[in-house]
Design a binder for this molecule. Structure first.
Ligand code: ZN
Length: 134
């Protein structure tokens, strides 16, 4: 799981975006917290994204991987990826997992059910950000 460790140690898009409201979410079962900033363009495409967090390796790595893969994607594409990711970490096989980029490396989370919420925290924060836009 070297890819997971790399993302956890050096998370991508770490920080916040000036002038964008942060979405805060936590995972009480593990103690993971995330503050996500997402900027959409007029077409609803993710133009910029950044997060600050405190949490376990899986939650940090997942947030980093998520920001990489959703940048430049439309809200519809993001929601589809979030669904594919959520099903993957619950053990469901799907060819579309190839579209998840590095996040596909978290498929192994399915073997550790107590880690599922760690891995989906960032994605749930992103869904909340999209809801807030609607
Ligand atoms: Zn966790």
């Amino acid at each position: 799981m070297a890819v997971v460790a790399d993302h956890s140690k050096n998370p991508h898009h770490h920080g916040k975006i000036e002038g964008v409201e942060q979405i805060n979410l936590n995972n009480p079962t593990c103690g993971d917290v995330i503050s996500l900033s997402v900027q959409f363009d007029d077409e609803g495409v993710v133009k910029d994204i950044a997060f600050v967090n405190s949490g376990c390796t899986i939650s940090t790595a997942s947030a980093s991987m998520m920001t990489d893969v959703v940048l430049g994607k439309s809200k519809e594409e993001v929601l589809e990826l979030a669904t594919i990711f959520s099903e993957m970490v619950q053990g469901k096989e799907d060819a579309r997992q190839d579209h998840l980029g590095d996040a596909a490396f978290l498929a192994g989370v399915a073997k550790f059910p107590q880690r599922i919420k760690c891995s989906t925290l960032a994605w749930n924060a992103l869904k909340k950000a999209i809801d807030a836009q609607a």
